[in-house]
Ligand binder design. Structure first.
Ligand code: 5GP
Length: 112
């Protein structure tokens, strides 16, 4: 059973895609929590950050690298926040790992 984000990768569900390569896709969040809010998603289906293996380390580096590159391209030169919600208590709702990138507003700490 494909995940929701694999359906976006396969163009079965529309999304506002801002970047794609062989390993990663990035698209705007459907319910943005900031003026800029997009997700960086590995094409490999990994359910949660707690499920990654040693072999996934280059892929994780790639999504973090793309997060900062795309944040700047999306106008977040002043700063941005990256978040990876993990499992139920971490607030995760889609079980295909993804990095949230939020920007163009002041962020608060601690987060909710
Ligand atoms: P999580 O709650 O797992 O950290 O993040 C899942 C994110 O996916 C949420 O911010 C939610 O708004 C977003 N999302 C859920 N369904 C869709 C969809 O169909 N399209 C897009 N672009 N984003 C989605």
């Amino acid at each position: 059973m494909a995940t929701l984000f694999t359906k976006i990768i396969n163009r079965e569900i529309p999304a506002k895609i801002i970047y794609e390569d062989d390993d990663v896709i990035a698209f705007h969040d459907i319910a943005p929590q900031a003026p800029v809010h997009f997700l960086v998603v590995p094409k490999k289906e990994i359910a949660t950050l707690a499920d990654v293996t040693e072999a996934d380390k280059p892929l994780l580096g790639h999504i973090v690298f793309m997060a900062q590159k795309l944040a700047k391209e999306q106008g977040c030169e002043e700063g941005f926040r990256v978040v990876m919600n993990t499992n139920e208590q971490g607030g995760q709702t889609v079980y295909h790992i993804h990095l949230h990138v939020l920007g163009q507003r002041n962020m608060h700490w601690p987060p909710g």
